[in-house]
Write a protein that binds this ligand. Structure first.
Ligand code: SF4
Ligand code: SF4
Length: 355
């Protein structure tokens, strides 16, 4: 039996909800390496509701600090609009301050891991995600044009640095395959605890819609499938009809059936909750979105010879060994490059530019 917490909250009282979440789902963090991953879709104001609110992150950081971790990292890899701008995204959203000095640019250092060859043979994943003893995921309660909703499972898509996200979007090719893809990424590293910012959620054409919804809740669980199923029910969806939840259940990651989920709190369906088109047409048939995806997958890193000091940091850090340094200027082997853009993130001279 899974358990999902539904706790009344404002951003001022987020600490109480987070305390309750840790009571229900105790975490032995003493001496452990902990990584906290908010949803930092892109640089935006916290009031736009696009990212996990800083008050929720601050409450989780404060709680984790009291549990004696050996190391704590707060990080994410923002999406299409904020490649190579991790710091800017964290600063503008207020998440940098909320991270209380534990922010780290996890896009700087990645590891190549095997992936489902139906999509790509390998992907690069932020090393900090893989090396953490425990990952705490902080999704935002939002709709999503392709997966209908974005919660615990979809938040893990940010494990991938750089343009792989756009590339995989494109390779997936259809909303149905994108549902399959998000579960494949989630399986790379399953977080141990999920705490959802549903104080202010998003409806309509998420994940960056102007339609915000005052919900006044923080949700939590140690099981992503159950948590997303509960979010789906709140949105008025039949959780069993969401393909990514079916896939996750088939993969043994949990159950979306309400009979398998104990609710701590009160589960209520929201009246007139505005959903995106259920088939994923919002993104699939949107020419502007498709064009942007296409353009992002065409980006390649190139060194600026006037700015590069030939320090070699990018060559050393490239997880795909796609960089060499003939004639004191990095050269990119596009056959090997996985467009993670770690080289751009790491360059101290801002000499690696995306073209
Ligand atoms: S050269 Fe390609 S694979 Fe290597 S760090 Fe840069 S973007 Fe990533
Ligand atoms: S990290 Fe920047 S400055 Fe150093 S070699 Fe690479 S491109 Fe040049």
């Amino acid at each position: 039996m899974h358990q999902v917490m539904i706790h009344p909250a404002t951003y001022e009282t987020a600490h109480a909800s987070v305390d309750r979440a840790f009571d229900l789902f105790p975490q032995d963090l003493e001496g452990k390496k902990v990584l906290i991953k908010p949803n930092v879709l892109r640089a935006s104001e916290a009031s736009e509701g696009i990212v996990t609110h800083p008050a929720v992150l601050a409450a989780v950081v404060d709680k984790v600090e009291t549990l004696g971790p050996a190391a704590l990292v707060v990080g994410d890899n923002p999406g299409l609009f904020s490649y190579g701008a991790n710091e800017a995204a964290f600063e503008q959203t207020g998440l940098m301050a909320a991270a209380r000095g534990y922010y780290r640019n996890i896009g700087l250092d990645a590891v190549i891991v095997p992936f489902n060859p139906h999509f790509m043979e390998t992907v690069s994943v932020s090393r900090a995600i893989l090396e953490a003893d425990i990952v705490i995921s902080l999704p935002k309660f939002k709709t999503h044009g392709l997966t209908v909703m974005t919660g615990a499972i979809k938040n893990s898509y940010g494990f991938l640095p750089g343009a792989q996200k756009a590339r995989l979007h494109k390779i997936a090719g259809s909303p149905a395959r994108f549902h399959d893809l998000v579960v494949e990424v989630f399986k790379i590293r399953v977080p141990g605890l999920f705490i959802v910012d549903a104080v202010v959620g998003m409806e309509g054409n998420g994940p960056a819609s102007p339609d915000l919804r005052e919900i006044g809740l923080i949700l939590a669980s140690d099981n992503a499938v159950a948590l997303d199923a509960v979010m789906a029910v709140m949105m008025g969806l039949d959780s069993g009809r969401l393909r990514f939840l079916q896939n996750a259940a088939d993969a043994g990651l949990g159950s979306w059936k309400m009979t398998d989920i104990r609710i701590d709190g009160k589960l209520e369906k929201m009246n007139d909750f505005k959903l995106p088109p259920l088939g994923g047409e919002a993104i699939q048939d949107n020419a502007a979105v498709q064009e942007m995806l296409q353009s992002k997958t065409l980006l390649i890193p190139q060194p600026d010879p006037d700015a590069c000091t030939a320090c070699g940091a990018c060559v050393e850090q490239c997880p795909a060994q796609a960089l060499s340094m003939p004639d004191n200027l990095p050269q990119v082997d596009m056959e090997r490059c996985v467009t993670c853009f770690c080289c751009q993130e790491i360059c101290p001279e801002k000499a690696m530019v995306l073209q």
